[in-house]
Design a protein around this ligand. Sequence first.
Ligand code: F6P
Length: 322
Amino acid sequence: KGKIGVLTSGGDAPGMNAAIRAVVRTGITRGYDVYGIRRGYNGILHREMDLLTFKDVSEKLQHGGTFLFTARSAEFREIEGKKKAAEICKEMGIETLIVIGGDGSFTGAKNLSKFGVNIIGIPGTIDLDIAYTDYTIGFDTAVNTAMEAIDRLRETSNSHERCSVVEVMGRSAGYIALWCGIANGAEEILLPEKFDNNYDALLEQIHKNRELGMTHQIVVNAEGVGHSDELAKKIEDATGIETRATILGHLQRGGSPTARDRFYASMMGAYAVDVIDQGRKNRLIGYKNGKLYDVDVDEAFAMTKSIDEYEYEIARVLGTRE
Ligand code: F6P
């Protein structure tokens, strides 16, 4: 029926392999040739692509990372790079490109579509920061990894009667921090979308918490707020409570995907192929109101999303003592 290219781009996310596998197996079943492109958009520019078989995607589903590798391509970011990529796709006969990645990767895909390549996006990012969808591949695994790490920190923090500042990923999005805030019962959460840099109020609250009898405290700090070491020092200096900072970093990006990530990555991969099969063009695959759906790429980019006010308020209510 034609050729489909599939690539992963931007930060990797657990479940990407499951999505690739589903694209390959559904694609072959529906009569397409599926090409795996290595190293994101760079792979198009350097013609790094191979026809994939059913067997090529065995034993991949349960592993984190992406066996196609990923990259952030400087060359592709330029307009010339996109033109060249579109020409190579045409020359190789790849009519449709499935891009598994986050917001940045989708911007690239959207721009590439203007040069005549049909693009289909599958949301893959631990950040959950894509407006048109309630679910992104990798978030569930990452947030569970962070939650388990914070449970461990709470135990040692408790034994030593310390305060723990723990930094979770999210350069411009606080979803991991918000979820850990609730799932770990954090005393404080600092989100890039919400924190007003009022450190005085924060320090006062931490001091007050100790006076109210909290022997230890967890401050979940999103990467976008950052400066966790400095913050720990500030807390210790201002309150006298011994404080440690832990930056979870890229630990959150690896690991075997949860059932939820495997399930939705598989369903989205298959759905992406069926969208192609039904002749719909330039669509992003998402999950909203309990269902998979697809939306026009330009329409999706016009949507916005922000931290849910009620969830944020409750995270704070549940973490206080009065
Ligand atoms: O977008 C996913 C993410 O893990 C962000 O949370 C983080 O800010 C960024 O990628 C880190 O990027 P890199 O792996 O390039 O350091």
